[in-house]
Design a protein around this ligand. Structure first.
Ligand code: NAD
Length: 267
């Protein structure tokens, strides 16, 4: 039986790729698309765009097994609450959650439904996170300075990106907890850089899909690890894998993409 999927943010830059991916997938069926833009437009196979106000009714009528959310932080929190109440499993790619909003997601999900949440669903970025953590583990002993640089299109609403923040957190694990701090861009008389800071820099320009670099600078050398997303298909592919994977989970909690990839690697 095909997995019944609703996509929230169906008309968005990333959501529309996921809609196409679900429509093309032999083992998935698109049973709804939600977006305040293009309400009533046909997405494919008779499925029309539904207004966010109607999400609760849509879930009752279309009975999806998985809701995918690529919207914005405030919208995602509401969508997750509604879906979790109706036991619809979740794949959440939305970024920019405040600590309070993330707590709301945890409360809505834990003990109620299975969910996978990742600030980046590309397989390459998940490998990038492993590589940058390993490089930090090896280089921090030698006092290398570590900086994160991310580039995105002009329309992106949150900065720094969720992917860059996760990268910075992975690096920070190798700095003394009491002294480490994130510095967002630099301006004016900043004084010398300290060993314990991690600079995070967000560039917004044109239609860049998404690039992340971690730079490690030591005496007389510099190492850079870079991931470049060239098409949103990279996110859609990972999200489709996540739909199938979370559909098979019974445990009601938030899973990470790393857990999924580890399990699929072993399988
Ligand atoms: N995890 C990942 O791999 C990944 C990849 C790309 C983007 N993102 C994140 O996904 C989110 C969307 O990014 P984008 O570039 O596609 O943005 P976008 O602005 O192109 O798309 C968002 C869509 O959500 C719609 N929307 C707003 N409120 C809604 C609601 N209540 N219900 C349903 N739809 C609603 C908007 O109308 C829009 O069409 C952002 O948070 C972005 O950072 C994550």
């Amino acid at each position: 039986m095909a997995i019944r999927v609703v996509v929230a943010g169906a008309k968005g830059r990333t959501g529309s790729h996921i809609v196409q991916g679900v429509l093309a997938h032999a083992d998935m069926e698109l049973v709804g698309g939600v977006d305040p833009q293009g309400v009533g437009e046909v997405l494919g196979s008779g499925v029309r765009v539904t207004s966010p106000n109607e999400l609760g009714n849509l879930l009752k009528e279309a009975k999806p097994q998985v809701l995918v959310d690529f919207t914005n932080a405030a919208a995602a929190v509401e969508n997750v609450k509604i879906a979790a109440q109706q036991n619809v499993k979740l794949v959440v790619g939305t970024t920019g959650f405040s600590a309070e909003q993330f707590k709301e997601l945890e409360t809505a999900i834990t003990g109620h439904v299975s969910a996978i949440i990742s600030p980046n669903f590309s397989i390459g970025v998940n490998v990038f996170w492993n590589l940058i953590a390993e490089a930090a583990r090896q280089l921090h002993t030698y006092q290398y300075h570590m900086e994160v640089i991310e580039l995105h299109h002009a329309h992106k609403k949150d900065a720094p990106s969720g992917t860059a923040l996760k990268a910075a957190e992975l690096l920070a694990a190798y700095l003394p907890a009491a002294d480490r701090r994130f510095v967002y861009g630099r301006q004016g008389m900043t004084g010398e850089r300290t060993q314990e800071e991690i600079g995070i820099h967000a560039i917004r320009a044109g239609e860049i899909v998404g690039e992340h670099t971690v730079l490690y600078a030591g005496n007389g050398e510099r190492l850079e690890i870079t991931h470049r997303a060239q098409s949103r298909d990279a996110f859609a592919l990972g999200a489709l894998t996540a739909i199938a994977w979370i559909h098979g989970k019974a445990e009601c909690r938030i899973f990470s993409m790393a857990e999924m990839l580890r399990e699929l690697e072993v399988a």
